[in-house]
Design a protein around this ligand. Structure first.
Ligand code: BG6
Length: 514
């Protein structure tokens, strides 16, 4: 079974690899027939293997209802690697070696027999690899299967309690983690019947993105930015997640969630906390999570009468994106023709603490917008006193720091500079840093980082129970007054409803162009 086949020449990468080598493990993926397994999880594991991070014996077990042999599962996963992996195998032998670590167990999520078979398979694999039974269970299933799977794992004796010596069991759960505060608390309760909080890895793939991780490094690893990171120097912060895609074939899930639950409660709240949190006392997992939780606690809840002025809710109608005609949301497959689910939300968040008092955080997320861009833009205040003759200064725009999360990952800072010549003319110029140019290597996929973290027992980049509850509370106080925010239909391919422009214009500001 799995052995590393390649090491990396770069000394920094090699050092990092030594620190992060996975020990022996078995990964069971529930929902192994699903898209996520083929598109993301197996390609991520293959890349970790290719890079030599999985140098100890390991095995991966797919668990799902669909009848399939080990060979068929391996062939499907080989297809997934060829189609979706960020890098291709160096040789057929390398691919085959990786595939030989994969096997498949047929079982339903609700009934016990499958779990008995799984237990036997994991025991046999550990015996033949001569490894301890270190089990990582990955729930890549629809959320209504989370509780039955956890309860069956528990009753089948598949979970090693945290105190039980060198063996370990861990659980990775995909979002959505609940639908609101009440259901998230109930789910946490169910998970805790079987797993200790230290064993639980609530995955949010945005936290695995290189550029999201860089937010803290950028803030705290450079002495020039942190002193400016507060209400004295910052005028406003905009967090934008624009997607050009619609909902594809996910109507069943999306129509009951809407973008506020799908994107804002999870990904955007995570980015928001990294931008707004206080520097932690150390880079230790709970020190970081404590600070993230504190920011969420300091977010001011909107009153019901504020919803209409602080939140804009939109849904895409028919239109065209990238020159192609596309359907409106209500015409998408399996979406009810009267659906009022939002595919766009813009809102203004304020934080009641010393650092951020009076600084608005404008947040927007939408589907079927003109392009795919995720960005945090920090606009600084204007200089307190302008020395220049005003007629020469019409182009003096505030400094804006943009953290581009995707695509073209990088950071840019706009500055005002004198245009060469006799007149005093000022024009905005940009200082750019692009990941691809500066490091010359493609960033690993988010799932690579997060899966390796879970295997090595580092939960820093996973959401803790209280973070999840707190971000649900922020969302709940909006959704419980949803009726106060009228639904605006925007044409697919445009930048959302015009009401979103009014939301920022009311404060004398505008959205920055993406
Ligand atoms: C998922 C959401 O979590 O993130 C999707 O469910 C969304 O609706 C996706 O499209 C966006 O991820 P990324 O990495 O493409 O920005």
């Amino acid at each position: 079974m799995g052995q590393a086949v390649e090491t990396v020449g770069n000394p920094f990468v090699s050092r990092f690899m030594r620190l992060r080598q996975a020990g022996p493990f078995a990964l069971t993926i529930f929902g192994a027939s699903g898209d996520l397994t083929k598109r993301k999880l197996i390609p991520a594991l293959f890349n970790l293997y290719k890079d030599g991070f999985l140098s100890q014996p390991f095995n991966i077990v797919g668990y799902a209802r669909r009848e399939k042999t080990d060979r068929e599962f391996q062939a499907e996963m080989a297809e997934g690697i060829k189609k979706y992996s960020r890098r291709q195998p160096d040789s057929d032998e390398q691919l085959q070696q990786f595939l030989s670590t994969l096997s498949y167990v047929i079982g339903s999520f609700e009934d016990e027999p499958g779990y008995r078979q799984l237990k036997e398979r994991l025991r046999m694999n550990a015996l033949s690899l001569m490894t301890p039974e270190n089990n990582l269970f990955y729930l890549a299933t629809p959320p209504d299967s989370f509780e039955p799977i956890i309860s069956n794992l528990n009753h089948s004796g598949l979970i090693t309690p945290i105190a039980d010596g060198p063996r370990w069991s861990r659980l990775i759960i995909e979002k959505p983690f609940g639908h609101d505060t009440v259901s998230a608390i109930a789910l946490n309760h169910a998970v805790h019947k079987a797993f200790d909080e230290k064993q639980i890895y609530r995955i949010d793939h945005y936290l695995g993105k290189e550029t999201v991780q860089n937010i803290l490094v950028f803030r705290l690893g450079n002495s020039i930015f942190e002193p400016l990171w507060n209400r004295r120097y910052i005028d406003n912060i905009q967090i934008s997640v624009s997607e050009s895609l619609g909902i594809g074939s996910r109507a069943g899930y999306f129509d009951s969630s809407g973008i506020i639950r799908d994107m804002i409660q999870s990904h955007i709240m995570q980015v928001f906390t990294l931008i707004a949190m206080e520097p932690p006392a150390s880079f230790e997992t709970n020190a970081i999570r404590d600070e993230k939780a504190k920011v969420l606690k300091a977010v001011r809840y909107l009153k019901s009468e504020e919803i209409s002025t602080h939140v804009v809710r939109g849904q895409y109608g028919p239109g065209s994106v990238g020159g192609e005609k596309v359907k409106g949301y209500r015409e998408e497959k399996d979406v009810p023709s009267v659906s009022t689910t939002e595919t766009y939300v813009a809102t203004k968040i304020t934080i009641d603490n010393w650092r951020w008092s009076g600084v608005p955080f404008y947040i927007r997320a939408g589907k079927r917008l003109p392009k795919r861009v995720t960005e945090v833009a920090i606009t600084f205040k204007a200089p307190p006193h302008l020395l220049f003759d005003l007629s020469g200064c019409e182009n003096l725009t505030p400094n804006v720091l943009r953290l581009r999360i995707q695509p073209q990952e990088g950071i840019s800072l706009s500055l005002g500079a004198k245009v060469p010549g006799q007149a005093l003319q000022i024009a905005p110029v940009r200082m750019d840093f692009m990941y691809s140019e500066s490091f010359g290597v493609a960033s690993p996929e988010a799932y690579e980082r997060l899966i390796l973290d879970a295997i090595t027992g580092d939960s820093t980049l996973f959401a803790r129970e209280d973070e999840v509850d707190l971000s649900w509370k922020i969302i709940d106080q909006i959704t419980k007054h949803w009726d106060n925010a009228p639904l605006h239909i925007y044409p697919a391919g445009e930048w959302g409803p015009t009401a979103a422009d009014e939301l920022v214009a009311r404060d004398g500001r505008r959205w920055l162009r993406l």
